[in-house]
Ligand binder design. Structure first.
Ligand SMILES: Cc1cc2nc3c(=O)[nH]c(=O)nc-3n(C[C@H](O)[C@H](O)[C@H](O)COP(=O)(O)O)c2cc1C
Length: 188
């Protein structure tokens, strides 16, 4: 099994909203990923993709985003919960790729003002991820009452999230490694 080549696991920040608290979550998760040996990451901001809104799907691919997804071994999706669903812009961005996702691991971090840590948006996103050919891990990141977890500058106020995020990322890294082995070594 290849162990030397680092895994690439980008973090997708799934909302373009002004004042989004999900950005603090995405930056935090990215920072925790960076600390892990053998893992490379980068933050992908759906707002910065500037995708056209008069078309959809692979017709509006962003070259950088598609390349990052093609290179990725796994993905973290950070999504806020908007009326129990995911932001339209997140789906719009994810829809621009397809083959780039197949047989790759994905972990989802739900972000909410309420107390359910985005569990409802995560459940709603799972069938979409399956259609992409992504393989969802069985751990989630749940960031409930996000305004109490980070201050306005994005500093972490609740240290318990370091440990929780560690087990989420441990599983994601294992799945990313295992699926890479499968893609590269097991006939399909
Ligand atoms: C359109 C909209 C709908 C929302 N719906 C919910 C919801 O269903 N449940 C919830 O806990 N918070 C809800 N919120 C609050 C967000 O979860 C909150 O803004 C949180 O900070 C994460 O989103 P953000 O990254 O946009 O800040 C909603 C916010 C918006 C803008």
């Amino acid at each position: 099994m290849t162990t030397e080549r680092p895994l690439f696991i980008p973090v997708i920040l799934g909302t373009p909203r002004q004042g989004r608290m999900s950005e603090h979550v995405a930056r935090f998760v990215c920072g925790e990923l960076e600390k892990r040996a053998g893992v490379e990451t980068e933050l992908i901001d759906v707002r910065a993709l500037n995708l056209p809104t008069d078309d959809a799907g692979e017709a509006i691919k962003d070259v950088g985003f598609s390349r990052a997804c093609a290179r990725a071994d796994g993905l973290v999706i950070v999504t806020p919960e908007y009326n129990h669903g995911y932001p339209g812009m997140l789906k719009h961005a994810l829809d621009t790729n397809l083959k780039e996702y197949i047989h790759k691991a994905v972990g989802v971090c739900g972000v909410s003002a309420g107390g359910f840590g985005g569990t409802r948006v995560i459940e709603n996103l799972l069938p979409v991820l399956r259609e992409f050919g992504l393989v969802a891990i069985f751990n989630d990141g749940n960031f409930s009452r996000v305004g109490k977890i980070f201050d306005e500058s994005g500093a972490l106020l609740d240290e318990s999230y370091v440990k929780r995020t560690e087990s989420f990322l441990k599983e994601l890294v294992w799945m990313s490694k295992t699926l890479r082995y499968g893609r590269e070594n097991v006939a399909n």
